[in-house]
Design a protein around this ligand. Structure first.
Ligand code: FES
Length: 162
């Protein structure tokens, strides 16, 4: 028998948060709450497991296919289990001009991975502009933003990832 998707506490949190969310939308437009509903699931589970997608589809009275259509449009949503740490390194123009590509290579070496490769611990990837061009280069680790990076700052950040 497969493990249940949620613990009792997670199930309650999911039910409560989805109920609050749906209270803000008309009954015949539940699927309009798709983005925040997916966010609820991902915040609880760390990604969007298939059983969770089914549950979101049921609650929003839509299809699982529609959930995937939305989720796969945004890189912030994970329809496959990511590593413990998702590290998004901006390599757009401002960051590139301030050494982002060298920084990415340095991280690949330090973490023994390649950008775009999903590992159990790290999922390092290049990303588009993180809207922090004035403080380039920058990255996000599990959505925590870090800017004005140097090798020393990177070393200190990576050291904290256990
Ligand atoms: S180019 Fe990197 S934050 Fe804008």
């Amino acid at each position: 028998m497969s493990e249940p998707l949620f613990t009792a506490a997670e199930q309650k949190r999911f039910d409560d948060e989805i109920a609050v969310l749906l209270s803000h939308y008309p009954n015949d437009r539940k699927s309009a709450s798709m983005l925040p509903a997916l966010r609820v699931l991902q915040t609880i589970k760390g990604w969007l497991p298939p059983e969770g997608m089914k549950l979101v589809a049921e609650r929003l009275e839509t299809t699982v296919a529609h959930c995937y259509e939305v989720a796969t449009f945004y890189v912030m949503f994970h329809t496959e289990k990511p590593g413990k740490y998702v590290i998004d390194v901006c390599t757009n123009l401002s960051c590139a001009l301030r050494g982002a590509e060298g920084m990415l290579k340095y991280m690949e070496q330090k973490l023994n991975t390649h950008a775009g490769t999903r590992g159990e611990k790290y999922f390092l990837r290049e990303t588009e502009c993180l809207a922090s061009c004035g403080t380039a280069p920058c990255l996000q680790i599990n959505e925590d933003h870090h800017e004005n990076l140097t090798k020393q700052k990177l070393d200190a950040l990576l050291e904290k990832l256990s």
